[in-house]
Design a protein. Structure first.
Length: 456
């Protein structure tokens, strides 16, 4: 069995891992992949999306998708365009989310292609063709494919997210996907994996960090809202359309119902977030017990008085007619595009306003630059002064922190031969590797891009 690393090494985005094995029935070589994601962040990073695949897409028999985030699924249509006709396996929510995200990303990627003087990565026909290859899978149900045995486990990251176990040639390899925070609100905690695992590819996004607790995060959100409202400013929240927006709505709903924050207009200024929120309502059985019971009782988790959805451009522009204080939640989560940029041009220079980051900000992204303290930035070629308050709340992350990552890995340590740390910047991966080696006596390494490793 050979494992090849084609993305998310020494960085967070572009997850793409290839596993070569032997089909026992035919004796032929078989290639399958876990995830096929976009590179995101700086322009240099995103140029990788236009490079040829380092493998022949026509030879890939299957892709197992851990979850729908675009850095795990965004190159699937490109794979299809270049001849992939195997199977795509993932949970039902992941399927619906992937389709919505890929269609939404098409225009953005066309603009990137024009900037790089390249052909677009894909079009709608490629997305539609890809989706005909999809097969839904359920958690904990073993499937067999060309001599491989595969099990999807709940990763607790977003609705339908998975870790994937692949067994072949007498060995078992676990691909963590993105591991959820240990205090999820809308969905269930990640599964405790107690079966025998030989090798593990493990995410390390926050391998050197500890998050605030869920109660601390909620209190911090309450304080940020109160402070901004009291100042008479606008609270801008760049938020990922999936999971983060829905989590925010859930929290704001609760805070407003309990009278803990003032009632001010709240705008969801993201057509994609609105579509994805509708998808959430389809999958009550994937919710946590608490959230599921609230939904069953007839309360809509993601709606409350004062909430405005603005799917059209005209409705978005009318947000300016509402005088502060107000709250605007819009994409993109890293301020690399989307409607949040229009609000940032307007309110970043306002000392009364606040920009609140509640998710990971990749190196090179506009959000990361603002968070790191840059005082003058450019948006649409226009110089914008950052005079507003800049705040970050880590507890809203959908990723486990160092403590959570070690908790997830601990049940497998008795059989583990090696852990490959991916999906993390070097300082995060290296610190987590040290923790694993020191406290679990398991070898932990950080592979390089295009590295190939024989799993013995």
């Amino acid at each position: 069995m050979i494992l090849k690393f084609y993305g998310a090494t020494q960085g967070v985005t572009g997850s793409n891992f290839l596993l070569e094995s032997t089909d026992k029935k035919t004796g032929k070589n078989i290639q399958v992949m876990v995830d096929c994601g976009l590179h995101q962040g700086s322009h240099y990073c995103e140029r990788h999306n236009f490079e040829p695949f380092p493998y022949n897409p026509k030879e890939i028999k299957a892709v197992f998708i851990t979850h729908a985030h675009i850095d795990h699924s965004g190159l699937l249509p490109k794979l299809y365009r270049h001849g992939f006709r195997g199977k795509v396996f993932g949970t039902a929510p992941t399927r619906d989310f992937v389709y919505a995200l890929l269609v939404d990303s098409e225009d953005i990627l066309k603009r990137e292609a024009a900037r790089e003087k390249q052909k677009p990565l894909y079009d709608t026909k490629d997305v539609d063709g890809l989706m005909t290859l999809w097969e839904d899978v359920a958690f904990d149900k073993e499937i067999e494919f060309h001599g491989l045995k595969i099990v999807f486990k709940n990763a607790g990251h977003i609705l339908g997210s998975s870790s994937v176990i692949i067994k072949a040639d007498g060995r078992s390899v676990l691909f963590s996907g993105d591991i959820g925070n240990t205090s999820p609100v809308l969905i269930n905690h990640f599964d405790k994996i107690e079966e025998s695992i030989d090798y593990c590819l493990m995410e390390s996004t926050y391998g050197a960090r500890l998050h605030e607790g869920i109660d601390d995060s909620k209190e911090l959100l309450e304080n940020v809202v109160e402070d901004t409202v009291h100042a008479g400013g606008t609270l801008m929240i760049p938020a990922f359309a999936m999971e983060r927006t829905q989590r925010l709505l859930y929290e704001l709903n609760d805070l407003i119902e309990k009278g803990r924050i003032p009632k001010v207009p709240v705008f969801i200024d993201s057509p994609l977030a609105i579509k994805l929120t509708d998808i959430y309502h389809k999958y009550h059985d994937y919710f946590s017990k608490e959230a599921g019971e609230i939904m069953s009782g007839g309360d809509r988790l993601f709606n409350f008085p004062g909430l405005h959805f603005t799917p059209t451009t005209e409705e978005s522009k009318k947000i300016n007619d509402f005088k502060p204080p107000k709250i605007i939640i819009a994409g993109s989560g890293m301020s690399n595009g989307g409607r949040i940029l229009h609000h940032e041009i307007r309110y970043l220079p306002d000392p009364k306003s606040t920009i609140l980051f509640i998710g990971y900000q990749a190196a090179g992204s506009l959000g990361r630059r603002i968070l790191d303290g840059e005082k003058i930035i450019k948006i649409f070629g226009e110089e914008v002064h950052v005079r507003c308050r800049v705040v970050s709340i880590g507890g809203y992350s959908a990723h486990a922190d160092q403590k959570g990552l070690l908790e997830w890995l601990k049940p497998m340590r008795a059989t583990l031969k090696k852990v490959f740390l991916v999906h993390g910047e070097p300082e995060q991966s290296n610190e987590l590797a040290s923790q694993i080696r020191d406290h679990m006596a398991v070898e932990a390494v950080t592979p390089s891009l295009n590295e190939e490793i024989v799993l013995e």
